[in-house]
Design a protein. Structure first.
Length: 357
């Protein structure tokens, strides 16, 4: 692409590190300011510009130390290009993987974002969306957070299970998730199973447990309620699963498989089982849920139901930006369902002939 007559000035500014204007950058490239602006600001219209041209624009912007004036753009268009994200907590598990997808898409599209963590405190769950809207966010994403009231801006809820005006829910097919895990265990000969339910405040707990019960009934597996434990506490530490597994062992009821609410609780449960002399998977098979990054690196590697967590985050951000770009009264999807996948690793094996007490 030929450069304009400003090559000498360009060389001087490049050497000095002096920032340049959009007009100067466009003249240097021999392109219109509009085309350069579309690419620099990650605008949807940039898709009409050839990929090679986009790369040349970005390369020149880096070399010339061009910095877009986001404040001027916001004032000119009366938009903030800012999104609010509400999460329970930032940890290695569920929320972190969803956030990675959200971040990737928002950064790609030139949006800034605020992230707030409510730590399962009801007053913060109610207050944070309002505070974010006061800071002129254009939309909200709630991750594993119960949304009960309508927002004044478009809102997408990851793992939202309530129909709320103005909210798009992105949910896992929990019936399918429970079915593939339970079918895997029954095909291995497991009939005596223990279960770890999620905390009461988790938006997935009720629907996931109901799905497990339905899958068990369909497969003819009787659920022994003395072998059903529930996570307690507000953290996402393996210690919670460890404590529940100890209580299940203390019940004296035999079991050859354990299906945990999530991978983190499964990891804690495995530690408790080992301390009690149970071998994994020779004595007890263990299945987790989520497929967090460390699941494949446990010893043994954890069999789990994979949620496409990063993909759910990306889908949430993509859906939200589409809703922001649409007219205020335009129809919007109430629910988007994503599919699970069973990842079979080394923590499950055929049931032993005689379960240990």
């Amino acid at each position: 692409m030929p450069r304009s007559k400003s090559s000498a000035t360009w060389n001087v500014r490049k050497a000095s590190g002096q920032s340049v204007s959009l007009k100067f950058l466009a003249e240097h490239l021999g392109l219109s300011q509009a085309a350069v602006s579309l690419v620099i600001n990650h605008s949807p219209g940039a898709k009409s510009i050839p990929h090679r041209t986009q790369e040349l624009i970005r390369q020149a912007a880096r070399e010339l130390n061009y910095r877009p004036n986001h404040l001027a753009r916001s004032l000119r268009q009366q938009r903030s290009y800012t999104i609010g994200v509400v999460v329970p907590e930032i940890s290695e598990g569920y929320a972190a993987l969803v956030m990675s997808g959200i971040e990737d898409h928002l950064l790609q599209e030139g949006y800034f974002y605020f992230v707030v963590s409510h730590r399962h405190r009801d007053e913060l769950i109610a207050e944070y969306p309002l505070l974010l809207q006061q800071r002129a966010v254009e939309g909200l994403i709630a991750v594993d957070t119960a949304i009960t009231g309508a927002a004044q801006v478009p809102l997408v809820a990851v793992s939202g299970h309530r129909e709320v005006p103005g909210v798009t829910n992105i949910v896992l097919d929990h019936a399918r998730a429970a079915a593939i895990a339970m079918e895997h265990l029954t095909k291995l000969g497991h009939r005596e199973m223990a279960f770890i339910k999620g905390q009461e405040f988790s938006s997935d707990t009720a629907i996931r447990w109901e799905s497990v019960r339905s899958a068990a009934e369909a497969l003819g597996v009787r659920i022994n309620h003395r072998l059903v434990g529930q996570l307690e506490g507000e953290s996402s530490s393996p210690a919670l699963g460890y404590e529940v597994a100890r209580k299940l062992l203390a019940s004296g009821e035999p079991f050859t498989a354990l299906f945990a609410f999530n991978d983190i609780s499964a990891i804690g449960a495995i530690q408790a089982l080992r301390e009690a002399g149970r071998r994994i998977p020779e004595d007890v098979s263990v299945v987790g849920f989520d497929d967090i990054q460390s699941a494949a690196f446990q010893n043994p590697a954890l069999t789990t139901v994979r949620q496409p967590l990063r993909g759910m985050g990306l889908l949430a951000a993509e859906t939200l930006l589409q809703r922001i770009a649409a007219p205020p009264q335009a129809p919007y999807p109430k629910e988007i369902v994503v599919q699970p996948e069973l990842i079979i690793r080394a923590s499950t094996a055929p049931a032993p002939k005689q379960p240990r007490m």
